[in-house]
Design a protein around this ligand. Structure first.
Ligand code: HEM
Length: 559
């Protein structure tokens, strides 16, 4: 502080001296600018301009660059941002702070106590806020992802009506199964018959686009039926990457204006999303009574028929926001879970062997796959899915704005207007939370021995007793019982009042698709397939295709 005051008084006397020595106006201007810049450098030697110094943070402060704080490393590490965050959690601990120009101080937290505090205990103090709106509103509008407080509550209440156990039971027997069968057919046609590898990521993205479009908005995208990319899918991917870029770059408006064609491309992509939303809403409004009576009520019905307490209904823009937000929630997330999961299964013979063994024992070739069976009788399949989401958290990072001053559970003071960031990807890899083998794919960590009261972990222990009474007339899984972790430790589905609304829906879709594919097809990673990495986006999309060779196991049935 004394140092800064001295620097400012040196600046004033220098300017007084320049004026006395009759320098030209431009010389005075240059000198003033230089002195001003030196003053700023002295004031912000290791943090972003405009941020306060917070000496009380001590070792929790991550030193940054003069004036720009920690922005440079965020931009340099664009595609390895998650590794950078993990490295910083190892180096500076589970709570530390950075600074970003125009956004101020960003606290990063990475343990279950912090998650519980932010996502549940002080829920109303940590909101999406202005920052999230700023970089996402042209894409997401005022939908459930970007909204807070009353607006969020009404979205949440309306949407909760649809994701019921009844709805899940129905889709397991209906859309999930038929689409998974369609997917098998496409894989055989594109892969086996042409003796060519297929890109699992692209196919899973098409699958979930079809299922989600049909289930929630009554749109048949027919993405699986068309080879190559899909107009809506491409526009959507572009928008997701755009939101992510903006989240990291506080100068995104300037950057987008200076990048030739960028604004135009963004407008075009958003216009494609709008076009599909308008089509779905229009089709619904023109539906006859008979058509309506012949189908189940879906998500769009709930929002179209929503009447607020003051009697208002949603306008076309609000309905468009519902469409885009739910497509974001439901399409990429399950597809990418399946993609990473198939990589983990196919790259580890032990996991593949165990999952095939469980499917064989429990189903014995039957394709009669119900909601109850998926929920209760396939603990290994369920563990593989959850272990995938632990290591490859599909929504890998998140940020909240602080409404009022607060003290975090470890005693750290935070102030109104600060930001709090966390990463589900880093949490899943935190050794202090998951143990020394946190970086390794071990589905067994989710399994417990039923006879041991469900408390003890059962890594690798496999029971051989298949005599107990099965629900579906086949055998009982030899892998014990699946045990869910607390939401705050396993936060891949978020936690607290904003817990993912589609958790069960996604779990069932991923499990059913996995079971059906593994019953009908044999997969092999192509020899040149490298360990996948991710591309920077809102979701954890694989950077390169996931290429596999496919062979059908039951030729006649699969046709
Ligand atoms: C494995 C797949 C999925 C994962 C890992 C996942 C994860 C998440 C996460 C981390 C959030 C919090 C996001 C945020 O705060 O910005 C979230 C919210 C949400 N998810 Fe999911 N999700 C998945 C699938 C789905 C599906 C299939 C649906 C719809 C059917 C869905 C619907 C939602 C909704 C509506 C929210 C917003 C909840 C709120 O703010 O109240 N999710 N999900």
């Amino acid at each position: 502080m004394v140092f800064v005051e001295t620097a400012l008084s040196v600046k004033d006397s220098l300017l007084a001296h320049l004026r006395k020595s009759k320098r030209s106006n431009s010389e005075i201007a240059i000198a003033t600018a230089t002195v001003f810049a030196i003053g700023l450098l002295l004031k912000y030697p290791d943090r972003a301009i405009g941020s306060d110094s917070r000496p009380e943070l001590g070792k929790k402060r991550v030193k940054g660059w003069p004036l720009v704080g920690n922005l440079p490393e965020m931009i340099w590490n664009g595609d390895t941002m998650l590794e950078m965050m993990l490295h910083n959690f190892e180096k500076y601990g589970d709570v530390h702070a950075m600074t970003i120009p125009t956004r101020g101080r960003l606290f990063l937290v990475n343990n279950p106590e912090m998650m519980e505090h932010i996502l549940k205990t002080r829920f109303d103090n940590y909101i999406k806020g202005y920052i999230f709106q700023d970089f996402s509103s042209d894409v997401l509008g005022q939908g459930i992802f970007a909204s807070d407080q009353e607006q969020w509550r009404s979205h949440r209440k309306t949407a909760s009506n649809i994701f019921t156990a009844k709805f899940c039971r129905q889709v397991v027997r209906g859309a999930f199964k038929t689409s998974a069968i369609d997917l098998c057919d496409v894989m055989i046609k594109e892969g086996e018959q042409r003796n060519k590898p297929v890109d699992l990521q692209q196919l899973f993205l098409k699958l979930t686009l079809d299922v989600f479009g049909k289930m929630t908005f009554g749109i048949d995208f027919q993405a699986l039926k068309h080879e190559g990319s899909h107009e809506f899918g491409d526009a959507f991917d572009y928008c997701m990457a755009l939101i992510d870029e903006r989240g990291v770059n506080p100068f995104f408006r300037l950057f987008e204006r200076l990048t030739p064609g960028k604004n135009q491309r963004s407008r075009e992509a958003i216009a494609i999303l709008d076009k599909y939303a308008d089509k779905a809403i229009e089709a619904r409004r023109n539906e006859t009574k008979e058509e309506m009576a012949s189908r189940e009520r879906d998500l769009l019905d709930h929002f179209i028929n929503y009447v607020a307490e003051d009697g208002t209904i949603l306008n076309p823009q609000e309905l468009r926001d519902v469409f885009v937000n739910f497509m974001m929630a439901g399409r990429d997330t399950t597809a990418l879970t399946l993609t990473w999961q198939f990589y983990y299964i196919l790259s580890q013979p032990r996991v593949l062997k165990n999952i095939l063994k469980e499917i064989q024992i429990v189903l014995n070739g039957s394709e009669d796959i119900s909601y109850e069976l998926l929920m209760n009788e396939l603990p290994y399949v369920k563990s593989v899915m959850h272990e995938t989401l632990r290591l490859a958290a599909i929504v890998p990072k998140n940020v909240k704005e602080v409404v009022d001053d607060d003290i975090l559970p470890d005693g750290t003071s935070i102030r109104k207007g600060d930001l709090i960031g966390f990463s589900n990807w880093c949490m899943g890899r935190n050794r202090r939370v998951w143990g020394e083998d946190a970086a390794i794919f071990v589905p067994e960590r989710w399994l417990v021995d039923e006879e041991k009261d469900g408390h003890e972990q059962n890594r690798g222990a496999i029971h051989t007793n298949t005599n107990s009474t099965p629900m579906h007339g086949q055998g009982k899984s030899p892998f014990g019982k699946f045990k869910m972790e607390s939401q705050f430790k396993f936060n891949s589905f978020n936690a607290g009042p904003r817990l993912c609304l589609g958790q069960t829906f996604a779990t069932l879709e991923a499990m059913l698709t996995t079971v059906l594919l593994l019953q009908r097809l044999e997969f092999q990673l192509v020899p040149e397939q490298e360990a996948p990495t991710y591309r920077s986006a809102v979701t954890l999309i694989m950077k390169n295709p996931l290429l596999v060779m496919v062979k059908s196991l039951h030729r006649e049935e699969a046709r």
